[in-house]
Design a protein around this ligand. Sequence first.
Ligand SMILES: Cc1ncc(COP(=O)(O)O)c(C=O)c1O
Length: 386
Amino acid sequence: MGDLIYLDNGATSFPKPEEVYVYMDSFYRRFGVNPGRSGYDLCMEAGAVVDETRKMLTTFFHGTDPNRLCFSYNATDALNLVIFGMLRPGDHAISSTLEHNSVLRPLYHRSREGVEVDYVPFDGAGFVDPGEIKKKFKPNTRLVVVNHASNVIGTVQPLREIGRLCREAGIPLAVDASQSAGKIAIDMEEQFLDVVAFTGHKSLFGPTGIGGLYVREGIEIRHTRAGGTGVRSVEKAHLEEYPFRLEYGTPNVVGIAGLKAGLEWLLVQGLEALHEREMKLARLLRDGLAKIPGVTLYCQEDLADHIAVLSFNVDGRDAGDVGTMLDVDHNIACRTGLHCAPRVHEQLGTDKIRGSVRFGIGPFNTEEHIRHAVEAVREIAALRKR
Ligand SMILES: Cc1ncc(COP(=O)(O)O)c(C=O)c1O
């Protein structure tokens, strides 16, 4: 059997660009010390890489102040900081049924503490109608938190319109950009965003264990943790100024370095060029799968406003079994099940058949991979008829 065909880029991008491995190795060997804690040269060098990465990400998201770019472990960590730091009992929040558990679960925990939450469903094409979000606005609505690109069905939400309505109403909008950051443009200014939460290991091509959030000036997130910041140690309380306010303890400095290298690689390739290439493959995949009898696809025909993430099922087969056959018989890695987004499946009715099979395309996939995947699904779908 040939090499593994990796179509699980929705979970994490793999492999990483060679430049990321090389830079992480050399950075950690040369500068793997605790940044910002001391004044010796190595420490300053490590700190400079952290600062440089903050600046690059701020520019990338069209933010204005690199100090408002705070690092976290991943998007889940960043979203917890937002959901626990921006809501109080008695507040109202609005979200959507497209969300990942990194939003649903913190909101659920908050709802048990007296935060009221409304979830706006997506329409038949997989999009949340901004007008439906507006209809839920209340005088005590303190946060709208929405997914930008679905990790199950791949649809990209009309962020600018949602942002415009939230801004008009004076309600902060936080965006889960886990799937979109690095795939499509995110512009804090143009899209009226208040907080962007991102993860480093997907389409920003960094390693696991690094993510962050950008918090627009004028938006305040209470710190819900406290600890070392490396500066002003005499203060009893955790520091209020950003980025310290939302950073605690020794940062994942080698992760930040890897994220820097990933972002640099992405900028050289060009975000739009990568996206266009991935969408070409996604269309090939979609068209191939659509022709297979017994395959149900959960996407629109034209894949407009989409990232290269597609879900499907084979009639009469458990999604997990299809995934196992793809792996064992065809050497294809994909993701099956509920993809940590149970409400998407509830709405599609796929919760009753244990989710879907998901293919996530990345920059290192080829047309040959896609043809191979389509043929593999065709064989699996044909098996069921015997
Ligand atoms: C839409 C979405 N949100 C949040 C996350 C959580 O990302 P992380 O596990 O890196 O925190 C994911 C990861 O799969 C995701 O797809």
